[in-house]
Design a protein around this ligand. Structure first.
Ligand SMILES: Nc1ncnc2c1ncn2[C@@H]1O[C@H](COP(=O)(O)OP(=O)(O)OP(=O)(O)O)[C@@H](O)[C@H]1O
Ligand SMILES: [Mg+2]
Length: 244
């Protein structure tokens, strides 16, 4: 069974007669452990789609399921459990709590779920080292660079065994070098932990790290391309062709 099933999803904004469809009849599935990129021009519905998957927003019609759990008909309580158990966001800066240290930020989801931090010490150490942020544990997020903040956010997602990592333009404010490092990290985390990644980007050089790309146009899936495992430069040319 697919991890995520999106069936005939439409999202209408505004009043009747004067409304726009940010999404119209979107259909796709995401398997556990996929690395999916969503591309498309500004206003094509990318963020709206992420928001429906993360339950920040609800579709006007259609069905979204996480495994067997129906996101559209679930209660607010059920959704909040779904979000804290399964969804992690990587944004450029505003997903860390500035009054908590790096370490406290990393273990926050464990505490929210009432888990014993002691049971996770080994894993936490491992992840902090893997992401080269073990020296930063006592710092506060506002003292960190954009790239460091993102690594802290990824550490949090990894320790929490999040099912789906959602990233909206994760490289938006990063230079080329840091973008590349972040994407390599995404690939690694995706391979190593079988973490599903759904990433929005307009940049073909970012999208080329994904295994599958959906291209949205006016709220519809216009095209879909998949990485065949040959080489990333060929995939990059394919992406340029697809978005032309
Ligand atoms: N809360 C809202 N109220 C009204 N219209 C909205 C709202 N959110 C999005 N829209 C409209 O829905 C459409 C899709 O918006 P969305 O933010 O999903 O686009 P996007 O693909 O993420 O664009 P960008 O690349 O600029 O971030 C746009 O026309 C936008 O103006
Ligand atoms: Mg957007």
């Amino acid at each position: 069974m697919a991890q995520l099933t999106i069936r005939n999803v439409s999202k209408e904004f505004g009043d009747k007669g004067n409304s726009i469809f940010a999404l119209s009849n979107v259909n796709f599935e995401v398997e556990k452990g996929e690395f999916l990129a969503i591309m498309g021009a500004s206003g094509s519905g990318k963020t709206t789609l992420l928001n429906c998957i993360s339950t920040i927003d609800k579709p006007t019609s259609g069905e979204i399921k996480f495994e067997n759990f129906d996101l559209v008909s679930a209660s607010e309580n059920e959704l909040s459990v779904y979000r804290s158990k399964n969804i992690s966001y990587i944004f450029q800066s505003y997903n860390l709590v500035d009054t908590l240290t790096v370490y406290e930020n990393v273990i926050l989801p464990l505490q929210i779920q009432g888990k014993r931090v002691l049971d996770y010490i080994k894993k936490i150490d491992e992840v902090l080292k893997k992401l080269s942020i073990e020296q930063l544990v006592n710092q506060f997020p506002d003292k960190l660079s954009g790239g460091q903040r993102q690594r802290v956010a990824i550490a949090r997602a990894m320790i929490d065994n999040t099912s789906i990592l959602i990233a909206d333009e994760p490289t938006g404010a990063l230079d080329t070098n840091n973008s590349e490092n972040l994407l390599k990290l995404f690939s690694e985390v995706n391979e190593m932990m079988k973490l599903t990644i759904i990433m929005v980007t307009h940049d073909p050089n970012v999208a080329k790290y994904a295994k599958r790309i959906l291209i949205l146009k006016d709220g519809k899936i216009q095209k879909e391309i998949s990485y065949q495992g040959n080489n990333r430069d060929e995939f990059l040319s394919e992406i340029y062709m697809a978005i032309r």
